[in-house]
Design a protein around this ligand. Structure first.
Ligand SMILES: CCCCCCCCCCCCCCCCCC(=O)N[C@@H](Cc1ccccc1)C(=O)O
Length: 569
């Protein structure tokens, strides 16, 4: 090949790449429904009264701590149960609501809708919290004191704002005479923090034993409204977890030889184990950017970024390594691109002058959906490369697959639109839940599983999860209640309301109406996008005449008395 031919070939390749990059940059535009903002002046806005605040504080003061599987504060769970009972009298006495106490402490509410042809949905949350080391907190973790408009307490964002927010919304709706069309369930597990095997799993079994086969969608705790977490985006980003990382807890064990510390061996069990742990920390797993839900997230968010970042994010196939490096720099973004590794426990030795007879460490991995448990085990074994370190699986779960997040996916769009009604300046996007939730116990009921907590977060706040000074602002708690209010109201519709082409015309008018000249009987709704779609000849004739009248009536200067169709024209 001559030099000229080479140059032409190179220019052709670069031009082709440039075209692909630009086409992807300007064609990845997410759905933008018109949503009606929830305003504090709205007649149905739920204001944070002193009473509402007090009952939230009371719920936070009850230390429903889970320590390990089967080990939780049982008395406190019962106390929280009676607090809920007393705080929400309408919910607990409504003929539309049935409450079942499951496995002694968990709560399953069934809210009956009038239209049994609509598939019910499920809202979940958990009653338990993790322990707190009181001395490290600014304010005591179970006092729920308020400082600078924030309520400080264990459980404030994980996840008693969900428990109380859902019940406040339901109490309000029922007291205003709300009678749902669509049935729904509310499941509060009591041991989510120790994997939910006693609580959520039992709720799921109860639903199965009742013959429930399917729910329309499930909303559990999860990602949040994030400010300043994603490089290049200034406005809040509300991430809806459509997938969930897996987890793998490995036990590392080294058998040593006890003896007098005055005559040490070359290495002790603790020394051998420490080297293994150190190798594990020094060798993070590779970035899997582009192989999981984070790809969809970044492509969704690209349109909110400045042009350069937008070009990069829309073309991860080309710029993936740069983004990987960037995201690896901070723990929250690092967590979404790779399987992460935390050494969480290390034990060995009994006395200062005794050589340790053994040592144990635990490694907790959160697994990227594109990797298998076996791959991670093999990786660790190869990195440690020392047969004296015995490796066994303590606990595990494979990552959860991505739930649909398309234009017509009812659950996703209901959640996304409800978020945008509350956080009107936020952009929503599908994301991957980096921790784990109770959703694993409900996966047989639906593929539409979403994880979102109505929590506003700024950089640094992620450390408050399971850490010190967990808190929520009063304003954010009010938003949480109103978010659940909108979820319940929006999910009560038969179909997605923002689902027509009208959104493309929203800039021309606020007077947008949606009506089909179709006569329907109960059961006909299944024909939409289903089988045996049909129209009667008579109905088609009516449709023609309806449009005739729309055109002639709209041709008037102002509203006139509309004649009956049988009248003389
Ligand atoms: C692109 C930027 C992404 C930034 C992500 C920011 C993250 C913000 C949300 C942070 C969520 C943190 C995780 C909360 C998990 C809460 C639930 C929980 O703790 N579950 C337990 C369940 C479990 C799992 C395994 C054994 C025992 C319990 C958990 O540890 O995950």
């Amino acid at each position: 090949m001559s030099c000229k031919q080479l140059c032409i070939t190179l220019v052709a390749i670069c031009s082709a790449l440039l075209v692909i990059v630009l086409v992807r940059t300007f064609t990845l535009v997410p759905r933008k429904d018109v949503v009606i903002a929830c305003k504090t002046a709205d007649s149905d806005f739920i204001k944070l009264t002193d009473q509402i605040l007090k009952r939230f504080q009371k719920a936070l003061q009850i230390d429903t701590i889970s320590f390990k599987r089967g080990e939780y504060n049982r008395d406190q769970l019962l106390l929280l149960g009676s607090h809920l009972q007393k705080s929400f009298p309408v919910v607990h006495s409504s003929p539309l609501v049935k409450l079942d106490i499951i496995a002694n402490y968990s709560r399953l509410y069934t809210i009956s809708g009038s239209n049994t042809s609509l598939t019910p949905y499920l809202l979940t949350a958990h009653l338990d919290v993790v322990p707190a080391i009181a001395e490290e907190w600014e304010l005591p973790p179970f006092d729920a004191q308020i400082k600078d408009e924030f309520i400080y307490a264990r459980g404030a964002i994980d996840f008693k704002q969900g428990i109380m927010g859902i019940l406040e919304a339901l109490e309000y709706l029922l007291s205003k005479g709300f009678k749902p069309n669509r049935s729904f369930y509310i499941g509060f597990g009591h041991d989510e923090e120790v994997t939910g095997v006693d609580g959520a799993r039992a709720i799921s079994q109860e639903l199965q034993s009742r013959g429930l086969k399917q729910v329309e969608f499930l909303l559990d705790e999860g990602l949040a409204v994030l400010n300043g977490f994603i490089p290049g985006i200034k406005k809040p980003v509300a991430l809806i977890g459509i997938g969930e990382k897996g987890f793998l807890t490995l036990k590392l064990y080294v058998k040593g030889e006890a003896g007098h510390s005055s005559m040490p061996l070359k290495e002790t069990a603790i020394g051998i184990l420490a080297k293994a742990v150190s190798k594990i920390e020094d060798n993070p797993l590779p970035s899997m950017l582009g192989y999981g839900p984070e790809k969809e997230m970044l492509e969704h968010l690209a349109h909110e970024m400045p042009l350069a970042a937008r070009i990069v994010m829309s073309n991860l196939w080309l710029f993936g390594p740069i983004v990987s490096w960037f995201f690896s720099q901070k723990p929250p973004t690092n967590a979404i691109i790779r399987t992460v590794t935390s050494v969480t426990m290390f034990n060995g030795g009994v006395k200062t002058n005794v050589l340790p007879s053994d040592a144990t460490a635990y490694i907790n991995h959160r697994i990227h959906p594109a990797q298998s448990l076996q791959e991670i085990m093999d990786y660790d074994r190869a990195v440690i490369n020392d047969d004296r370190v015995q490796i066994s699986v303590e606990d595990s779960m494979v990552a959860a697959a991505g739930s649909p997040s398309g234009e017509n996916d009812f659950g996703y769009q209901i959640i996304s639109n409800s978020i945008r009604q509350i956080w009107t300046n936020a952009t929503t996007a599908p994301g991957m839940m980096i921790g784990n939730t109770d959703t694993k116990h409900y996966k047989d009921f639906t593929k539409n599983i979403y994880r979102f907590s109505p929590t506003v977060m700024f950089p640094g706040d992620e450390k408050r999860f399971h850490g010190v000074n967990e808190r929520i602002s009063k304003n954010n708690y009010e938003q949480a209640i109103n978010f659940y209010y909108h979820i319940i109201v929006n999910a009560d519709k038969r179909l997605l309301m923002g689902n027509t082409d009208t959104r493309h015309y929203a800039m021309f008018t606020k007077n947008i109406y949606r009506f089909c000249p179709t006569v329907m009987f109960l059961g006909d709704e299944k024909r939409f996008h289903g089988i045996n779609e049909r129209i009667s000849k008579k109905n088609y004739e009516q449709a023609i005449n309806f449009y005739y009248h729309v055109i002639t009536n709209a041709d008037q200067r102002s509203l006139i008395n509309i004649h009956q169709h049988s009248d003389e024209l």
